[in-house]
Design a protein around this ligand. Structure first.
Ligand code: AMP
Length: 121
C-alpha cells in the first residue's frame, strides 16, 4: 500500500486544514478528535508518512518510534489523564480495514476523562 498524501491528517500536518492543537514536537502532532467518543478524545500522530502501526514499526527509525511513544505520554500528562495524575486512559490504534481504520495516517486515539468502558463492543 502506498501512503496517500491527500489524507486528512497529512493536510493537517501541512496546515492546509486547521486542528485544535494540544501538543507538537519534532516527532508528533496531537489534536482533539473532531467527533469525540469520550469526555476527552485526543489524537496523536507521527509527523512522518506512515499509514498504520505495521507500516510504522517496519519503516520508522528508532528515534521516531521512541518519539511517538513519549509523545503519547506527554499528551496524557498535559490532558491530566495520566497515571501520575491518579487517572488513566485508553490508547488505541486501528489498523487497516479489519481494524476499522478510516484515516490512512497512523494515529493513536487517547480516550479518558471518565471510565472508558468495554474494550470491544
Ligand atoms: P480511525 O477510524 O481510527 O481512522 O479514526 C479516525 C478519526 O479521525 C475519527 O475518530 C474521526 O472523528 C477523526 N477525524 C476525522 N477528521 C478529523 C479532523 N479534521 N480533525 C480531527 N479529527 C478528525
Amino acid at each position: 500500500m502506498i501512503y496517500d498524501d491527500n489524507n486528512i491528517f497529512a493536510k493537517i500536518l501541512r496546515k492546509e486544514i486547521p486542528c485544535k492543537k494540544i501538543y507538537e514536537d519534532e516527532f508528533v502532532l496531537s489534536f482533539y478528535d473532531i467527533n469525540p467518543q469520550k469526555k476527552i478524545h485526543a489524537l496523536v500522530i507521527p509527523k512522518g508518512k506512515y499509514i498504520d502501526l505495521d507500516d510504522f514499526t517496519t519503516k520508522a527509525s528508532a528515534s521516531e518510534i521512541v518519539g511517538l511513544l513519549k509523545g503519547i505520554n506527554t499528551v496524557a500528562k498535559k490532558l491530566g489523564i495520566s497515571v501520575d495524575k491518579g487517572k488513566g486512559y485508553r490508547a488505541l490504534t486501528n489498523i487497516n480495514e479489519h481494524g476499522g481504520q478510516e484515516v490512512p495516517h497512523l494515529h493513536f486515539h487517547l480516550f479518558g476523562g471518565e471510565k472508558v468502558g468495554k474494550m470491544v463492543e
